[in-house]
Design a protein around this ligand. Structure first.
Ligand SMILES: C[S@@+](CC[C@H](N)C(=O)[O-])C[C@H]1O[C@@H](n2cnc3c(N)ncnc32)[C@H](O)[C@@H]1O
Length: 490
C-alpha cells in the first residue's frame, strides 16, 4: 500500500518532528499544563499564546494542533529536512492566504508510555463545509472507547478491521507480534501506511471488505471500530456507512468470528443495534452470536431515540441542514419500527466450549476508562464457572463492597425493603440482593465452602437445604461472574 509520501520523505518527516520535540512531553513543556487542559476543552488560546515565536515546535503546534496559517519560511524550517514541495505534494500542508495551513491532521497520540504520530484527514471542525466521502477519521471518541476496552495481553497475531488512520493498529503494535489491518478505502489505507511508517512500524495492510482479505487465516485478537451507523444502507461516507441496511454490518462482523479467531482468540468491536417495537433488543443482539460457538459479552452503553440519532450523524459530517434527508432517514426508522438505537461493545471469545456463554446486558453505570483491563477477568470467571461446582468452594468478598438499604417506617419501626450491593471499584455494578444472598455475601470470609454455609442458613431461614441450594447456586454464580465474590479453594 502506497503511503502519502515516499519512504525517505517519511523518514525526513519523522526526523523533523522528533528534532522539534513534537511529542506529548515536548508540547506540554512548551505550552504548560493549564494550556494542555484547556486544549482538551477545545480552548486553544493558551496554546497559541505560548507559541508566538516561529521556532519549529511552535510552528508545528500552530499548524497541526491550532489550525493556524503560518509563513511558508517558518513551515519550511519546521519540516526540514523534508522539502516543502514534498510536503505540499503529499497534501500535508496547503497554500492558504499568504502562508500555509495544514492539509491533514498530524496528531500526537500518547499511549503505553510511547508517543505516536497519527495522520488522518482534518477534523470536521477544522474546515468549513461537508467532509469528503472517503474522509479518513482521526482519533475520535469511538476510537478511544474501543482502544480502552481492548485487552492488552500479549498476542501473536492481531487484526484491525476498518483501520482508517491506523489508531487501533498502533495500539495493537504495542502487544502483538504482527499486525494486519484491512480497509475498504484505498485512501484510508494510504493514511494507515503513512502512520505506520512514520512510527517505524510494519503492518500488513490489505484492501477489501471486512475480513474478506484475510479469508482462511486466524488471529488471536481482532478489533474493529466499523462503519456502524444505522440507516437504509447508504454509502455516503465510508467512515460510517457500511452500505448494509440497519445493523447488518455488526451482525456480519459477529458471524466472521468462528472462522477468524484462533483457539482462545478474542474479537471485539463497537456496535450499534436497533431497538425494534415488539422485539427484545437483548434477543436481537444475542441472535448475532448464536451459532458462532463463541462466548459473548455484549454491553449496551447508551441508547438514543431515532431523532437524536439522525441529528447526531447529520452534524457529524458537518452537512448543511437538509430537512428532506433527515425526513427520509427518520421515515426509514419508522418503516422498520425502530424506536431507538443501542450503542455498545461486543466481545467474543472462541473458547471451544460446547455450550457457549452469551451475556447481553447494560453497562451504563459509569464511564469505564479501562474496560479492557476487566475483559480477560470476565472470560476467566466464565471458564471457572463452567469447570467448577460453586457449592464446593468458599468465597471472599471483593474489596470495597458497599451495602445500601431502603426502609419503610412500618407502625413503630423501620422495615428494610430493598438492599443493594454496590461495587465501589472496577465495573461498579450494583445489584439488589435478597436476605439469603446478603447472608452469603456477609459470611464470605473464605473459611467455609458454600455447601456448609447453606447448611447453616437452611436452619436460620427455615428452608430445606436443597431448596436453598437451588436458589443460591445461580445467585452465587452471578455474583462470581460480576466479581462480587471471589472463589477461594478450602
Ligand atoms: C469508524 S472508522 C474507524 C477507523 C479507525 N479504525 C478508528 O478506530 O477510528 C471505520 C473504518 O472502516 C472502513 N470501512 C468502511 N466500510 C468497510 C468495509 N466494508 N470493510 C472494511 N473497512 C470498511 C472505513 O474506511 C473506515 O476507515
Amino acid at each position: 500500500m502506497e503511503p502519502l509520501l515516499a519512504a525517505d520523505d517519511i523518514a525526513r518527516l519523522a526526523d523533523a518532528l522528533a528534532r522539534a520535540s513534537y511529542t506529548s512531553h515536548g508540547i506540554a513543556e512548551r505550552i504548560g499544563p493549564a494550556a494542555v487542559d484547556a486544549v482538551r476543552r477545545n480552548d486553544f488560546r493558551g496554546m497559541l499564546r505560548a507559541t508566538t515565536e516561529r521556532d519549529p515546535l511552535a510552528t508545528l503546534v500552530r499548524l497541526f494542533l491550532g489550525g493556524q496559517t503560518e509563513p511558508a519560511a517558518a513551515v519550511e524550517a519546521a519540516l526540514d529536512p523534508l522539502p516543502l514541495e514534498a510536503a505540499v505534494r503529499a497534501g500535508l500542508v496547503e497554500p492558504y492566504g499568504d502562508g500555509l495551513h495544514a492539509g491533514v491532521d498530524l496528531d500526537v497520540y500518547a499511549h503505553d508510555d510511547v508517543d505516536r504520530w497519527v495522520l488522518s484527514d482534518l477534523d470536521v471542525d477544522a474546515r468549513p463545509g461537508p467532509i469528503r466521502e472517503d474522509h479518513v477519521l482521526g482519533i475520535g471518541n469511538a476510537a478511544t472507547t474501543l482502544a480502552a476496552a481492548t485487552p492488552r495481553t500479549h498476542v501473536s497475531r492481531a487484526l484491525d478491521i476498518g483501520t482508517g488512520c491506523g489508531v487501533q493498529a498502533l495500539r495493537l503494535s504495542a502487544h502483538s507480534d504482527t499486525v494486519t489491518a484491512t480497509d475498504v478505502s484505498p485512501r484510508a489505507l494510504r493514511f494507515a501506511a503513512t502512520t505506520a511508517a512514520l512510527n517505524g512500524l510494519t503492518w500488513e495492510l490489505l484492501a477489501g471488505d471486512l475480513a474478506a482479505p484475510v479469508a482462511g487465516r486466524r488471529f488471536d485478537l481482532v478489533v474493529s471500530n466499523p462503519p456502524f451507523v444505522i440507516g437504509p444502507g447508504s454509502t455516503r461516507y465510508t467512515y460510517r456507512d457500511s452500505g448494509r441496511a440497519g445493523d447488518a454490518i455488526c451482525a456480519e462482523l459477529a458471524a466472521t468470528a468462528p472462522d477468524l479467531l484462533a483457539d482462545g482468540g478474542t474479537m471485539q468491536f463497537l456496535a450499534n443495534w436497533l431497538h425494534v417495537t415488539g422485539e427484545d433488543w437483548h434477543d436481537r443482539v444475542a441472535g448475532w452470536v448464536a451459532g458462532t460457538g463463541c462466548d459473548a459479552w455484549i454491553v449496551q452503553r447508551e441508547v438514543s431515540d431515532p431523532v437524536e440519532y439522525v441529528n447526531l450523524w447529520l452534524r457529524d459530517a458537518s452537512e448543511a441542514f437538509d430537512p428532506a434527508r433527515a425526513e427520509a432517514w427518520l421515515d426509514w426508522f419508522d418503516a422498520v419500527k425502530a424506536e431507538g438505537v443501542g450503542y455498545g461493545l461486543v466481545t467474543l471469545r472462541r473458547s471451544g466450549r460446547d455450550v457457549p456463554v452469551v451475556r447481553v446486558e447494560e453497562l451504563r453505570q459509569v464511564p469505564v476508562p479501562s474496560l479492557g483491563a476487566h475483559v480477560p477477568g470476565w472470560f476467566e470467571r466464565q471458564d471457572w464457572l463452567a469447570d467448577n461446582d460453586v457449592l464446593d468452594f468458599s468465597y471472599e468478598q471483593a474489596p470495597g463492597l458497599r451495602l445500601t438499604q431502603e426502609a419503610l417506617f412500618d407502625a413503630d419501626d423501620w422495615a428494610v425493603d430493598r438492599q443493594v450491593l454496590v461495587q465501589t471499584d472496577g465495573l461498579k455494578w450494583s445489584e439488589e440482593v435478597d436476605p439469603v444472598a446478603l447472608a452469603l455475601v456477609s459470611g464470605a470470609d473464605g473459611t467455609m465452602p458454600l455447601r456448609g454455609q447453606l447448611a447453616v442458613l437452611a436452619a436460620a431461614f427455615d428452608t430445606p437445604e436443597p431448596v436453598l441450594a437451588a436458589m443460591a447456586v445461580p445467585v452465587v454464580s452471578h455474583l462470581v461472574e460480576r466479581g462480587y465474590l471471589v472463589p477461594v479453594r478450602t
